[in-house]
Write a protein that binds this ligand. Structure first.
Ligand code: ADP
Ligand code: MG
Length: 472
């Protein structure tokens, strides 16, 4: 391997030593993953070459303090050769910290429950997907693993990971999301079913989905799935329908486990192995956080428009609190000649699918959305997130005045976590426009222990400089 000027290894990782078996063991990929993932054609002018990023990733994966660090190889984690092939085919060369720590615990027999926490973008999906693929008996055409996620977009993304990692296995999969099954479908026999809780319950009630052979039950974004004010009831109903008397391995993953769900999570997944983060480790340091002082609501719109050229350097996600705002902002910007798309839960399923697919393909650069996109969504090219509205707790509660509302710290962490995926750099920008929103932002800053830096709204050049400097 060669070293670059900074002394980092830039060449391909050494190939694994050949083993004395008849079938050659799969080898790690020669080229480490690039910033553009599987789409090298989509380089932005911020990330000049895939070369730089390869160096950065290799560097971070070798840094003991990085959440991407691992002392081990995937071979040492006890995975089947077919799954190693799948991983290497995806360009994964080394595990991240959560993968290294969680996989041996998840794959051990007898199976034990797991509550796993690690920062956004550090590879939690692979940990639970590899567990499902390892535990399923492919000779039995029955559903043996269920995975729940809060949105259809995330369920579809998880499915694409299962299909990619399971490429060299005979795994069969099915969705439990709205409008996914053909009319009149009678019985699901797929090994792994991924979906959202409402539809999962529906399919179970209609006896289309039989859970009597389920042995792995995964909740991605588990704190969200267990929240009593949200999906908690539905998730519990799915769990209560699982076979009794037979062991089911329950696996919970998230970047956040706030105190009020932590206890419930421990009851939901009894005697679980736990991997936890400290409060000051919650946010990803490669995501640089900024704020802009807007004069009023209307000024927020003007500022967003003036940011447009920055938003389209890579890709960006703009978060609004309400669907109505997302639509209105998108319509206004479109009518003024800017190309943006909007996505939220009031759109019909086929439209939602085509918008997120276009965004993933880079056909849309700017996505204006709501909390529906706050969690889990992994689009590597996103280097900027804008909180047009800050996320607030009890936003819908009319009895609480705006000025008494507290920021929703977990949602904030997840929203900004849509950028800075797996060691990449990213920027988040918060719009504040009055005393109340300023205070709310200050609370976020204190809770995370990370500075949120001011950017002047009246000096676009300086703003562009600051942002570009950081992303380079
Ligand atoms: P999380 O669920 O922790 O937020 P994801 O599982 O979505 O993170 O992974 C974030 C990104 O990192 C994905 O694009 C994924 O393909 C990539 N990734 C995960 N593990 C590895 C690895 N070991 N090597 C290279 N890339 C990885
Ligand atoms: Mg995730």
């Amino acid at each position: 391997m060669e070293k670059d000027a900074d002394g980092f290894y830039t060449g391909p990782a050494p190939a694994a030593k050949p083993k004395a078996t008849e079938e050659p063991a799969p080898e790690p990929p020669k080229d480490a993953p690039t910033a553009e993932g599987s789409k090298p054609g989509q380089a932005t002018d911020l990330i000049k070459s895939t070369f730089d990023v390869t160096v950065t990733l290799a560097d971070q994966q070798a840094d003991v303090n990085s959440p991407l660090y691992s002392a081990k190889t995937f071979e040492e984690l006890g995975l089947h050769a077919d799954l190693l092939k799948g991983l290497y085919d995806m360009g994964f060369s080394k595990p991240s910290k959560i993968q290294e720590r969680a996989l041996p615990l998840l794959l051990k027999d007898p199976p034990q429950n797991m509550i796993g926490q690690s920062q956004s973008g550090t590879g939690k999906t692979a940990a639970f997907v590899l567990t499902m693929l390892s535990r399923v008996d492919f000779n039995l055409n029955k559903t043996q693993a269920l995975c729940l996620a809060p949105t259809r977009e995330l369920a579809r993304q998880i499915m694409s990971v299962i299909v990619a990692m399971g490429k060299f296995t005979p795994v069969q999969t099915e969705y439990a999301i709205k409008d996914s099954l053909p009319k009149g479908a009678s019985r699901i026999t797929a090994h792994i079913v991924v979906g959202t809780p409402g539809t999962m319950i529906d399919l179970m009630r209609k006896r289309i989905l039989d859970t009597s052979d389920v042995k792995v039950f995964v909740l991605d974004e588990a704190d969200n799935m267990l929240d009593q004010d949200g999906l908690g009831d539905q998730t519990l109903r799915v769990k209560n329908s699982l076979p009794r008397g037979k062991p089911v391995q329950i696996i919970l993953f998230s970047a956040t486990f706030p105190d009020h769900v932590r206890n419930f999570a421990s009851k939901f997944a009894p005697n679980a192995n736990k991997i936890e983060l400290k409060q000051n480790e919650l946010s990803v340091d490669a995501i640089r956080q900024f704020y802009m002082d807007c004069k009023n609501e209307e000024h927020k719109y003007d500022i967003l428009v003036s940011l447009y050229s920055l938003l389209t350097i890579g890709q960006s996600i703009i978060f609004c609190e309400r669907k109505h705002t997302a639509d209105r902002v998108a319509q206004r910007m479109s009518s003024e000649g800017h190309k943006v798309a909007s996505l939220h839960g009031a759109k019909d399923t086929s439209e939602r699918d085509s918008i997120i697919d276009r965004f993933r393909e880079g056909l849309e650069k700017v996505l204006i959305t709501t909390n529906v996109m706050a969690r889990g969504i992994d689009v590597l090219q996103v280097n900027m997130v804008v909180n047009y509205d800050l996320p607030l707790l009890n936003e819908r509660d009319k009895s609480i005045s705006k000025s008494d509302m507290r920021p929703d710290l977990e949602t904030y962490i997840h929203r900004i976590g849509r950028t800075g995926r797996f060691g990449r750099k990213g920027i988040s920008v918060n719009f504040v426009h009055d005393q109340t929103t300023w205070k709310q932002m200050e609370q976020i800053e204190k809770a995370l222990g990370r500075q949120i830096i001011r950017i002047e709204t009246n000096d676009l050049d300086e703003m562009e400089e600051t942002m570009k400097k950081y992303l380079k």
